[in-house]
Design a protein around this ligand. Sequence first.
Ligand SMILES: Nc1ncnc2c1ncn2[C@@H]1O[C@H](COP(=O)(O)OP(=O)(O)O)[C@@H](O)[C@H]1O
Ligand SMILES: [Mg+2]
Length: 421
Amino acid sequence: MEAEEEYRRRERVALVAIVVLASVAVASLLVALSYYCYIRNKVSRLAKNRASEPRFILNPLFGSKGNFQERVDLETKTDRPNPQVTTTSEKGLQVFTFKQLYSATSGFSKSNVVGHGGFGSVYRGVLSDGRKVAIKLMDQAGKQGEEEFKVEVEMLSRLRSPYLLALLGYCSDSNHKVLVYEFMANGGLQEHLYPVSGSNSLSIRLDWETRLRIALEAAKGLEYLHEHVNPPVIHRDFKSSNILLDRNFHAKVSDFGLAKLGSDKAGGHVSTRVLGTQGYVAPEYALTGHLTTKSDVYSYGVVLLELLTGRVPVDMKRPPGEGVLVSWALPRLTDREQVVQIMDPALEGQYSMKEVIQVAAIAAMCVQPEADYRPLMADVVQSLVPLVKTHRLSSKVGNCPSFNATKSPTTQDLGRSSVRN
Ligand SMILES: Nc1ncnc2c1ncn2[C@@H]1O[C@H](COP(=O)(O)OP(=O)(O)O)[C@@H](O)[C@H]1O
Ligand SMILES: [Mg+2]
């Protein structure tokens, strides 16, 4: 009897143990299953995000204190334009129909032409919402033009700086490639430094103070491309006609059709076909095709020389030895007596010697043949800031001792008298 009782007790204990073990097993199975579902969900969400994730990291200038990084994808294809209505591409650019741009420029009329370049003609235009724009119409079909169009759209839809010309939108159908930019009322810098045949030259010379500020703003544009974007962007066609001036003569860098992503390795380069504009191309790039941000620094130095001397980079009609601006100016830049002789006569001595020597020294460093010894654009910006600041302060107190009595047009005078309508 007792044995039977003992047997039953053991049986009950075994049953309880089996039930407990079975419930633990079921509970573990459930936990494992729900963990599996959770992980699967997370992985698929990550994969989805990665598909729209960037291979190119920008560090925008606007409010970019700290290390906020905007992520963008350089390899996304350009959107197909909608032929019926104006749409906005996923990159935030407006997609226009050819008809809309045709009517914005009164049928691309000659009277609206503001300039011509390698890509085609540039027209002044007014959009249906009243915005004034510059419309660049590709006039030669071909691989190079199409490539420049694509690079321009892809680069400019991602770069954001007050020192770069804003691309507002584009039209891309089977017959037309058109780019729509903010309108820069005073056109290209070169028009104000020397008359250029074929352009609507405004022929008003820039004063020293305005030249210094343009030099600083253009330097900030390149500094952004080289040092605030990762990997860096090399402009490859930096020149005075690609520095555009707004109605108050503030400068913005334009034309990214030839731009290239640089090497992200310190001291690295990318190898490319040599493209650019004669007189601005760095010697090592012309010789080897090795492109670095220092190639842009060289081109920037050439623009500084244009600002100082008022001369075009190459003019073989000049007396022997003076045809190539860099070769003529470089030996004179570091000599106090000679540097005055190369200054643009249109400046009529408005500058102080101290400033000229400083700007000439920056130009000399930028155009030196050894690329490694050229400064970074951040160094150039730092050197120019105090010069521009000094001018702002001196004009505030109405005292500008370095200026001559002969008054050349000030920024405001120019703004009123020469702004394009
Ligand atoms: N956004 C703009 N606003 C006003 N004028 C412009 C604009 N873009 C270009 N231009 C004018 O058109 C000219 C030709 O420009 P572009 O086609 O870029 O030629 P380039 O090859 O000389 O840079 C410039 O020098 C400038 O006078
Ligand atoms: Mg241009």
